[in-house]
Design a protein around this ligand. Structure first.
Ligand SMILES: [Zn+2]
Length: 397
């Protein structure tokens, strides 16, 4: 080959190679490059009902193949005990759920690992495995024995949502604090509740204020010496729902160094959704009532089946993805992109925003955030960096 041609070929290769490097990275590249963390998913309930989520499933929003497809690196599995009275204690039921997540990891060692620390997360990311972490939703399994915190910490629980919709004996929930018909013996954290928060700080377990009432929230702010989280809450200013956080609460979380992980529930993100849903369902009420009677499972399973049954009717009232992105944007603008993340509540909600059908749609969120003008670095913080920061802060003791 004449030298001139060799030069030409070499130059062409160099130009095309450098061209490849200078091409803008797509939202998809950025999403799959980022460590993506979701701090709240209720799929453990489906596992307890006998579903195998190690394979692609038809129901719900998530399973191992779909986590991978959605680029999820860290999923916090919610350990939640329904308030209905059964023969078994809250403590035993929580243990059973932890067993189910443990067995998922044990049976699928090439795909998922039960992560207990930021060190475990880093290793799982390097090995391209899903880091499954545990967050307990509601402090009821502790009973009144603070030593039970050690038990659940030792089993891998790395955040505790102090209440669910129902209060504990030591912390009041948003639902109970805002319901004028509920008589409460106390409001906020009791002396024992404050001791629980301090012990969580000592152990390195994140304090989660999703579901708690405002009195409890401010007691936590006054007690916790570590950054706190709201694992699955959205913005009250955009949607007046008791589960959402007001501006003064958001500012307090920023001052505390904590993070708010945005919940995808249409009822929490779209102030018009509840009315639209009631109007849509009204003409179907008789059918819904009979479905509730005949469908198997608990209230949540039934509601989920009803939402699937009426999928076509839900379609026109589901909020667009932009409404969800507004919540990320609002928090990032008010208190900074260091204080917001993803707390989808997938498999804990019956309806999702359009463009966010299940966990595989998460790259759409990354694209939308980039389109709003956030830098790659800021988007990566929102996708997971902020969670890893607070986890490491909790571990430092
Ligand atoms: Zn919840």
């Amino acid at each position: 080959m004449p030298i001139r041609i060799i030069f030409f070929v070499a130059a062409t290769i160099l130009v095309s190679a450098s061209g490849a490097f200078s091409q803008p990275r797509t939202a998809r590249d950025i999403h799959f490059d980022a460590v993506v963390v979701d701090t709240h998913n209720d799929v453990a309930q489906r596992m307890l009902n006998g579903e195998d989520i190690s394979v692609l499933t038809q129901a719900g929003h998530s399973d191992l193949p779909r986590f991978r497809q959605g680029g999820v690196d860290v999923e916090m599995f919610s350990i939640w005990v329904p308030p209905e009275k059964t023969q078994r204690s809250y403590f035993d039921q929580a243990d059973e759920q932890i067993d189910s997540v443990e067995s998922l990891a044990r049976r699928n060692p090439a795909a998922v690992v039960l992560a207990r620390s930021s060190f475990d997360v880093d290793r799982a990311v390097r090995e391209h495995k899903l880091a499954a972490m545990l967050g307990m939703e509601g402090g009821h399994p502790l009973g009144d024995a603070i030593g039970n915190l050690d038990h659940f910490y030792n089993r891998g629980v790395r955040y505790l949502t102090l209440t669910w919709n129902n209060s504990t004996s030591w912390a009041t929930s948003a639902k109970d604090e805002t319901n004028p018909e509920t008589t409460l013996a106390h409001r906020g954290l009791t002396v024992f509740g404050k001791a629980v928060v301090r012990k969580m700080n000592d152990l390195g377990m994140l304090v989660d204020v999703s579901h708690v009432g405002e009195r409890t929230f401010w007691d936590v702010i006054g007690t916790s010496t570590r950054p706190i989280i709201a694992s699955h809450s959205s913005v009250w200013s955009l949607c007046h729902h008791r589960r959402n956080l007001k501006d003064d609460q958001l500012k307090a979380i920023a001052k505390n160094g904590g993070v708010v992980f945005i919940n995808f529930n249409p009822a929490f993100i779209d102030s018009t959704f509840a009315d639209k849903e009631a109007k849509m369902r009204a003409p179907h009420q008789r059918e819904i009532d009979s479905l509730v009677r005949v469908l198997p499972g608990d209230t949540f399973t039934k509601e989920n089946a009803i939402a699937r049954h009426f999928a076509a009717e839900y379609l026109p009232i589901r909020p667009p993805l932009s409404v969800l992105v507004d919540h990320f944007d609002y928090v990032a603008k008010l208190i900074g992109p260091d204080h917001v993340g993803i707390g989808s509540d997938f498999d804990g909600i019956n309806v999702t925003p359009l463009g966010m059908d299940d966990v595989t749609a998460l790259p759409n969120l990354t694209r939308a955030l980039l389109e709003r003008g956030y830098s790659e670095a800021d988007v990566k913080k929102m996708l997971g960096g902020n969670f890893l920061r607070v986890l490491k802060e909790a571990e430092r003791h």
